[in-house]
Design a protein around this ligand. Structure first.
Ligand code: DGL
Length: 273
């Protein structure tokens, strides 16, 4: 068992509150590790930003995580992974860096119609990384794309039900179902919070693949195999800190609304905002 002072946190970040869905998955996979979550809310939405901008933000946030002595960074954002994970890895070769990508491969394997549907941001769907993934993992399957920037804002604003959310989910889902998709992929970490509405629209049987669990499994596997001696001891209960480049009180409220977790949130120190 490591001395308690050797236990180092895991840094997790997203453009805003969407990555809280991934935070929840990581907490399930790693119940004891200390977690530090950064919501880059001052720069939301990432889906409409340039690659250069996202790389700059990725390096600033990674820098903050290094100041907190993290041993791993989880990019809990498909858009930031597509734009900047290579840059983070190049600057921090000593850290475990994992990211999140639309789960095209399992979707392609599950599909019987030969058509899968992907909900994501403009940035993810337009990225060369996504094009390469679709070509590699879904050869022979038609991948129908649906950018949903409005879903991001619904989740940010806590509108998880009601007419506006139902209409937005209905419109996007209808487009993919009409195109023949028989498997749907949530290619953005905000979207699991709209799953109840999506389920209502598509029925109980259509497979919908969520982004977070695979990242959480991969992160846990890498930490346990690459540095087993640094794992927090069972029962350590490392806790979870929330920080944001935006409004701290709002992030605390979002965590309560989206996860039912009562956690205080703080402003990210100015250097990294
Ligand atoms: N949650 C993010 C993702 O997984 C991005 C949402 C946004 O800021 O546009 O892609």
């Amino acid at each position: 068992m490591p001395p308690l002072s050797d236990v180092r946190p895991i840094g997790i970040y997203d453009s805003g509150a969407g990555g809280l869905s991934t935070l929840r998955d990581i907490r399930r996979a790693l119940p004891d590790e200390p977690l530090v979550y950064v919501a880059d809310s001052a720069h939301l939405p990432y889906g409409e930003k340039s690659q250069e901008f996202l790389e700059r933000r990725a390096l600033a946030i990674a820098d903050y995580f290094v100041s907190r002595q993290v041993r791993a960074i989880a990019v809990a954002c498909n858009t930031a992974t597509a734009a900047a994970i290579g840059t983070i890895r190049a600057h921090h070769p000593d850290l475990v860096v994992v990211g999140i990508e639309p789960a095209i491969k399992p979707a392609a394997q599950l599909s019987r119609s030969g058509v899968i549907g992907v909900f994501a941001t403009h940035g993810t769907l337009a990225s060369p990384r996504f094009a390469a993934l679709a070509q590699r993992a879904a050869a022979g399957v038609r991948v129908v794309l649906r950018p949903c920037p409005d879903w991001v804002m619904l989740v940010e604003n806590g509108q998880l039900d009601g007419d506006a959310a139902r209409a937005a989910v209905d419109m996007a889902a209808t487009a993919l179902l009409d195109a023949g998709a028989d498997v749907l992929v949530l290619g953005c970490t905000h979207f699991p919070f709209l799953l109840p509405l999506l389920r209502e629209r598509v029925g109980p049987d259509l497979p919908i693949i969520e982004p977070g669990p695979a990242l959480a499994r991969q992160l846990a596997y890498r930490l346990r195999t690459e540095a087993p001696g640094l794992m927090a001891p069972a029962g350590y209960a490392g806790g979870c800190e929330l920080l944001t480049s935006g409004d701290a009180r709002r992030l605390g409220e979002q965590a309560m609304r989206l996860l039912q977790w009562a956690l205080p949130a703080e402003r990210l120190p100015a250097t990294w905002r």
